[in-house]
Design a protein around this ligand. Sequence first.
Ligand SMILES: C[S@@+](CC[C@H](N)C(=O)[O-])C[C@H]1O[C@@H](n2cnc3c(N)ncnc32)[C@H](O)[C@@H]1O
Length: 264
Amino acid sequence: MISPSEPTSNVHSETANRSYERISSKYDRTIGFFTGGQNLASRLAQLDELEAGDRVLYIGVGSGEDAIEAAKKGIHVTCLDLSAGMIEKARERFERAQLPGEFVCADIMQYASEQPFDAVVANFFLNIFTQPVMEQVLTRAVRLVRPGGKLLIADFAPPCGRITLRALHQGFYRASNVIYWAMGFCPLHPIYVYSDYFPRLGLDLQTTHRFRLFLKGPWVFQTTTAIKTDGARYTPSSAHSPEPKEIAAAVRDAYDFAAAIAAS
Ligand SMILES: C[S@@+](CC[C@H](N)C(=O)[O-])C[C@H]1O[C@@H](n2cnc3c(N)ncnc32)[C@H](O)[C@@H]1O
């Protein structure tokens, strides 16, 4: 049994629950519009990491756009969200698709589970907290993963690529962060680099895949897979090996850079 965390600081009050409650019916369309669909693409790419029969917990699931796709693969999905409106949306989505799922309306820090999960998915969730609280929530998420299981995170990526792309990336992130903050969704903070916390949490970074804004823009989103290492089922994994698509993108950037230098 994994019991709830000791009462910590103010995770619940920090999470701007009312704001998510208000927007629950429009959330997916709004985010999809502002990100050219790449937010969803980064979440759906995770499905390759999950197998039929896995028990998977989606924390801060929202309306379950990604969780339903996992359920279609035969994964046993538990959806958890603090907002009753969001959980209701997720439940309706599963009902319409006639797929089974468990739905929990709770604060992640107060959630107790009989057994740890094969995977815990935290998509665009950890970034709604201040850094100290984000660390508590991340630690909590890791506790809910079984040894050898996976933690999957889709979220804003740290900037990479040539300088113009990095500047566009920072500009996009800053603008998004200010807008979401003004709407009461999250605090103002820099992009979190979750993998910095992995070693001390007993996580081994396995893969990172990046997603470009409007396909040609900066790689603003990423999906990260980490394995919880403190268990018998742990098998050492390789560091991230780039996908052919990523290599092609890097070569294209290098070529653009060289062409820009040659032209100047
Ligand atoms: C930015 S949305 C992300 C939703 C979804 N994962 C996605 O990628 O579209 C964050 C979600 O976390 C939920 N949430 C906020 N605080 C929470 C908490 N303490 N425990 C569980 N869920 C929480 C909100 O209600 C909201 O649905």
